[in-house]
Design a protein around this ligand. Structure first.
Ligand code: AMP
Length: 404
């Protein structure tokens, strides 16, 4: 199957080509015809599967082939984080570059006036719920022309407490509209939301619970006070291009980034307390390779689309299998291989067990010598002892690359 099979407008096909997409990904193959036929769709897919283009492309086709008598944006996309909103907006902009479709972002941390103006000039608004609700409360924006609503990473939006805001926004939308909801996981709260918002939805599911299979997973057993030395060993031995490191708290992200800089690495940090400008500087610096390491918390790292990420490190273990899946989804994107490395302390035993269960793979144990701060890439493996970290490698499953 190729993109021409969708019978898109030639300007859309030109945009697809310019983005370098040859073959539709599984979620695109399944979801695009359903969206084109006007169905409400519930897409169970993690990031890295090509789910953004799975809704962007048929929405663009709808915008090019139908008209509305009302003025204002016809498409509203809600996303949990500023970073994800920026990325979705970028997808619209780059895939629509041969058309006159316009897209704008509505996010916190930046001025409101240009965003208010965007409602009269843009076809597509990609918004974080909090900022959009503020604009609605000011009476500054009108959503009466919206005929397509997308809720992206819906599970994350609910985790972040956006449900009341989402409901406030939906109350302002015309009742007759097409609804698309994408979520990496399907907890009960998402099922309930789906029932309330989607009308006779068609469901498409792509590996909803298991992390991208082109990623190798390695777990190191360690202790809290040895983590930094172990991390140093891992960084110096890995042939990483870009490494994304997750910590549990904002404070820790900043502290760890400073420590890594002191050791001699080049890192940036990204967490929720930073201004929009600081966030963008950190993220852009990481994307273009100025910093090879980014230390981040879950709240901001979710949805980061950076093809260069070769390694994801759980410096602090995630609190759920879902979060593990999301974090690991930052690497091994678009069929590339990636490495997922987790530092596991005795406090993390139950998380490790749950991850093992969901991933349905055996864990093997062998010696590893990464402890200590030596930068010797050729260091020999030591026999495991009560004090040495143990490497646990999840056997690699058959890899099904995204680019067929
Ligand atoms: P997403 O899951 O939407 O975050 O997409 C993950 C990455 O895959 C992004 O960098 C997209 O540009 C890329 N991508 C999306 N669709 C395709 C495709 N059909 N072929 C190759 N890469 C793609």
């Amino acid at each position: 199957m190729t993109f021409t099979d969708f019978s898109f407008d030639r300007r859309i096909n030109a945009g697809v080509k310019l983005c370098g997409y040859d073959t539709p990904t599984p979620i695109q193959r399944k979801a695009i015809p359903l969206v084109q036929n006007g169905h409400d769709v519930m897409g169970l897919a993690q990031t890295g599967t090509g789910k953004t283009a799975a809704f962007v492309l048929p929405i663009m086709q709808k915008l090019l082939t139908t008209t509305s008598s009302k003025s204002g944006p016809r498409v509203l996309v809600l996303a949990p984080t500023r970073e994800l909103a920026i990325q979705i907006d970028e997808s619209f902009t780059s895939l629509a570059r041969q058309t006159d479709i316009t897209s704008s972002i509505v996010i916190g941390g930046v001025g409101m006036q240009p965003q208010i103006k965007a409602f009269s000039t843009s076809n597509v608004i990609v918004a974080c719920p909090g900022r959009l609700v503020r604009l609605i409360a000011k009476g500054a924006v009108d959503l009466k022309a919206v005929d397509t609503l997308v809720l992206d990473e819906a599970d994350r939006m609910l985790d972040m407490g956006f449900l009341p805001d989402i409901e406030r926004v939906i109350a302002k939308l015309p009742a007759k509209r097409q609804n698309l909801l994408f979520s990496a996981t399907m907890p009960k709260s998402i099922l309930a939301l789906t029932k309330r918002i989607l009308v006779n939805p068609k469901t498409v599911q792509i590996n909803a619970t298991s992390p991208v299979s082109s990623v190798e997973h390695v777990f190191y057993r360690t202790q809290n006070d040895r983590k930094i030395a172990l991390l140093d060993g891992i960084i110096s031995r890995s042939e990483h291009k870009s490494m994304l490191i997750f910590t549990k708290t904002k404070h820790k992200a900043k502290k760890l980034s400073r420590k890594l800089d002191d050791i001699g690495y080049s890192s940036a940090f990204l967490q929720g307390n930073m201004s929009q400008g600081q966030r963008e500087r950190a993220l852009n610096g990481f994307r273009c390779g100025r910093y090879s390491i980014l230390v981040a918390t879950d709240i901001v790292a979710r949805g980061i689309d950076c093809d260069r990420i070769t390694h994801v490190v759980n410096y602090d273990m995630p609190d759920s299998v879902e979060t593990y899946t999301h974090r690991i989804g930052r690497t091994g994107r678009a069929g590339r291989s990636g490495h997922a490395i987790s530092l596991v302390t005795s406090e993390d035993a139950s998380q490790l067990q749950s991850i093992q269960k969901v991933m349905d793979v055996s864990i093997e144990q062998d010696a590893y010598s990464a402890h200590g701060t030596s930068r010797n890439n050729g260091a020999k493996a030591r026999k495991p002892s009560a004090h040495s970290p143990v490497r646990k490698t999840v056997q690699r499953r058959k890899c099904k690359p995204l680019r067929a």
